[in-house]
Design a protein around this ligand. Sequence first.
Ligand SMILES: Cc1cc2nc3c(=O)[nH]c(=O)nc-3n(C[C@H](O)[C@H](O)[C@H](O)COP(=O)(O)OP(=O)(O)OC[C@H]3O[C@@H](n4cnc5c(N)ncnc54)[C@H](O)[C@@H]3O)c2cc1C
Ligand code: FES
Ligand code: FES
Length: 472
Amino acid sequence: MINFILNDKEIKTLENKGMGLLDFIRKDQHLTGTKEGCREGDCGACTVLVGELAGDKVEYKSVNSCLLPLGDADGKHIVTIEGFNLEELNPLQNAMVEEGGTQCGFCTPGFIVSLEGYFIANENVNAFDAVESVDGNICRCTGYAGIKRSAERIVKLIISNQKKSKNYLEKLVGLKLIPEYFLAVPQRLKKITLSKKRNGSNDRRPDYFVAGGTDLFVQKWETMLESNIKLISGEKKYSGISISGGRIKIGGNTTVTEITKSPVMQKYFTEIKKYFSLFGSQPIRSRATLAGNIINASPIADMTIFFLALNSDITFSNGKKKRKLLLRNLYKGYKTLDKKSDEILECLSFKIPHGNFLFNYEKVSRRTYLDIASVNSSMYVELNGNIITSAHISAGGVAPFPLCLDKTSKYLIGKQGSPDVINRAVEIMLSEISPISDARGSAEYKALLLRQLIFSHFIKFFPEMINVEELV
Ligand SMILES: Cc1cc2nc3c(=O)[nH]c(=O)nc-3n(C[C@H](O)[C@H](O)[C@H](O)COP(=O)(O)OP(=O)(O)OC[C@H]3O[C@@H](n4cnc5c(N)ncnc54)[C@H](O)[C@@H]3O)c2cc1C
Ligand code: FES
Ligand code: FES
């Protein structure tokens, strides 16, 4: 039994936990304000909020309901556009009308839910972040200026309302931005007993492990409906970031958002927020896990490319035995892995960058945001003075799987980042890759892109040593 609160109503259902939440909301509950657009996590028309108990509070985040397994709603508060309705339009809904933020209206519920999610989750609101919160929502007909003005109007409303409330949600209720029933949700959620059968019968081996579902529910949502799936996104033992034995360890279930916000990661990779702002959208980043990225084995997987350059290892477990291997040795061919079907990727670890080290990550895609890479690359070097003592370069989109540029990296040891060295490194790189022509560009174009990304790494690392004109 899956048991959760949908807006103000308690739900108990025996539907398959692999059903997409969007279908449950629209077809079972007839809440048709949540729209189905792309069904691939790209348009945001299906956005809902998922609220999870954290102590005495509920933490809300926006997600694409088309990619969320119904089973992951268990024990949570799901808020659709109908869950924000009052007797009259609320101030945000009103602002969208008055500021010209809506035309055909198909995208509007998604925008409103994303913005509501931002206002609920952040006591210190500002216009920039409010607009960022709709990075996963697309509007085909209105244009974004009216939507931006609506968001700014509510930011001003919240900031100008100085009245102190004990509870921030009470303030939002007072401003009529959310209905009063939100205040009782934490107590109600505590009473909901998590379904004991959440992960299905144990006597049958699961057909699929599902983490964030952001790959599986794009590729196989109909299969998920019928399958015996094991939901592992809620398993805390596979989550989190820690340091031990001189290594940084990241649980397989850790999401892009958690990796980006981690103080440990920010300390060693000061530009990590910038790098991963190019990964999907906020709703995707808050669900997409590290293990899902690695196991999906896309040749352009962004997190995989990032961690390959850190010479990471990964640990699998089948519940009885653990097995460790270098991430670079996982891939045997296109979507062919050294992995058994019952193995769960527990964690990834890499040596703490030390001494004089440099790291850079680059991604080129057809549009800057909410797009997968045409080609991506990371580079890590350690230096003694100006001499490179250790180097690892990874590259995506130029081989059947995420690639380590071993020969190029080896060539760089003992060298300085001079134009001659860089040009020779690029020649070696070209001998290591095997790009194919596809929707993201011709093989020649991808080789050219990777050359530019290698230049980019070196220009960032050694700006004073490089005269760009000398790079061919
Ligand atoms: C709109 C959109 C935008 C995207 N943008 C990007 C992008 O910019 N860059 C990018 O790299 N990717 C992107 N993706 C792809 C996807 O979000 C990532 O690959 C993500 O990391 C997958 O993680 P997940 O937890 O959702 O995986 P899931 O879909 O849950 O699983 C993917 C695979 O991994 C397996 N798996 C998951 N966890 C484990 C585990 N612990 N052990 C063993 N097997 C496991 C599953 O069985 C499945 O085979 C995007 C996807 C969408 C829909
Ligand atoms: S329907 Fe487009 S993101 Fe879900
Ligand atoms: S108002 Fe028509 S798609 Fe946004």
